[in-house]
Design a protein around this ligand. Structure first.
Ligand code: CMX
Length: 436
């Protein structure tokens, strides 16, 4: 959309002025001290990244351009007759700080639909991935298969001036967001169906509905869930593994396809995006073991046994959050609005929420005993029949594209340099601390 590109260009130019002035005036200002514990402990809470699209607050949760998820949900344009926010409106918000007008939105939806087309030979390549390959591996490879289409890589090769890097990054970022749902739909049918019979996308539908339709789901409430799901998983500031991996690889001027694929490899880890798959498995194992007549005491004992066997309780805890994840609350609210009160799995999610935080708190070591986004998403997807749970992280990946790709446009727009923090061997670290 010409309007969107103009808006992004204008706000980047304005922000560049602020950044340059700030860097000149305050480049040496201190943001805090780095402790040995942080160096050894995964850089937890260490300031180290400029990331424009979203900011996480340890109690309020994620804000997209200053708006918390409840505000996003309330203020976002919706599908006709719908109540959930639209992913393409969230992408516009992440890129510009504002929601699009109705006419801007319609034009943008058409544009994303057109950008989503994948050349036949690349579709054929993605369709040739083996059924048994994990869907996340297929996602990462599917994105890489589209890399030859990168406009940034071509522009860089042709000698583009560095002040213009953001422009082909913007083009690629929108293409990646548009294409990733098509790649994901192909993967779904590669793994669980017939990839010669993928339902066609409909230009009259919005992004979330079209994605659900291509997966083979025609229930309009599921389309609403997909819209909500994509919006709430899109961005979680810059330090989480998928965002940081995308940002890090992008800082080398690797194009958005290469960087996003790297981010997806990080999302595939069980402590990050794969936790939603693990979480559903946890709930189903619990149901298997206890039947559908479980009690809260049963859950308590099951969680204690899990901890005693040296495993984490998936869907609980967070590196930054210190309260129930608002994304989980959005899922619960959706369940209350749309899902009948006799869904045993959804009721189990709610019972776990009543029981698990106390058990985790009692260990005395878990910094955040509250549920994160993954604690609820699987049960909602199961309700609508999406029960291929090794696919769930792919859904997360489709959504995460919106945040990390919008952020990459801004990183190139602000001319952020290649990342290169300092590392130590343990011996160097010990020497340094003992000498100081
Ligand atoms: N179950 C059991 N133990 C847990 C736990 C959980 N859900 N969450 C934290 N702990 C443990 C840690 O393993 C750690 O134990 P050790 O000291 O023995 O190594 C201790 O509590 C302290 O960890 P922490 O400071 O609370 O948590 P971290 O910041 O190190 O890790 C996270 C955060 C998310 C990896 C961790 O809470 C976890 O493993 N949760 C389960 C997996 C999960 O739900 N991941 C999804 C996160 C959401 C996202 O990716 O956005």
């Amino acid at each position: 959309s010409v309007a969107l590109k103009k808006k992004v260009e204008h706000s980047i130019q304005e922000k560049q002025k602020v950044l340059n002035h700030f860097k000149k005036e305050h480049g040496n200002a201190k943001l805090g001290d780095v402790t040995v514990g942080q160096v050894i402990g995964g850089m937890r809470s260490m300031p180290g990244l400029l990331y424009e699209t979203s900011k996480l607050h340890h109690l309020d949760g994620i804000t997209y351009r200053g708006k918390d998820l409840y505000q996003v949900k309330e203020q976002s344009p919706k599908a006709p007759g719908g109540s959930e926010p639209l992913p393409e409106a969230a992408l516009w918000l992440l890129l510009t700080g504002e929601f699009p007008s109705q006419s801007e939105l319609q034009e943008f939806q058409t544009e994303l639909f057109n950008r989503g087309q994948i050349p036949a030979e690349i579709e054929k390549l993605i369709k040739s991935f083996p059924k048994t390959m994990h869907p996340m591996t297929q996602l990462s490879m599917g994105v890489l298969a589209c890399q030859p289409l990168s406009k940034f890589a071509k522009a860089y090769h042709d000698g583009i001036h560095k002040s213009k890097y953001w422009d082909p990054t913007f083009e690629d970022a929108l293409d990646v967001c548009a294409r990733v749902s098509r790649i994901a739909a192909i993967i779904f049918h590669n793994c669980y169906g017939d990839n010669n019979k993928i339902p066609t996308a409909d230009p009259a539908l919005d992004y979330g509905a079209n994605f659900a339709k291509q997966l083979g789901f025609n229930d309009k409430t599921f389309w609403e869930l997909m819209r909500l799901y994509i919006v709430i998983h899109a961005d979680h500031e810059g330090g989480n593994v998928s965002a940081h991996a995308t940002h890090l690889v992008g800082s080398t001027l690797a194009d958005p396809y290469l960087s996003f694929s790297a981010g997806m490899n990080g999302l595939a880890g069980p402590l990050h995006g794969l936790a939603n798959q693990e979480c559903l498995k946890f709930l189903l194992d619990l149901q298997d073991k206890l039947g559908k007549t479980w009690t809260e005491d049963d859950i308590r004992q099951y969680v204690k046994d899990t901890l005693a066997s040296g495993k984490v309780v998936p869907g609980y805890g967070h590196a930054v959050l210190r309260k129930t994840d608002p994304r989980f609350m959005c899922e619960l609210n959706f369940a209350d609005q749309f899902i009948s009160k006799d869904d045993n799995l959804v009721n189990l999610v709610k019972a776990c929420y009543r029981v698990i935080p106390n058990v985790l708190e009692a260990t005395g070591k878990v910094s955040n005993p509250w549920p994160n986004v993954d604690a609820g998403s699987g049960a909602l997807l199961m309700h609508y029949g999406l029960n291929q749970f090794d696919y769930y992280t792919v859904l997360f990946g489709v959504s995460r594209a919106f945040g990390v790709m919008a952020a990459q446009v801004w990183s190139r727009g602000l001319g952020l340099p290649i990342e290169r923090p300092n590392s130590f061997t343990l011996e160097h670290l010990i020497k340094k601390v003992e000498h100081d």
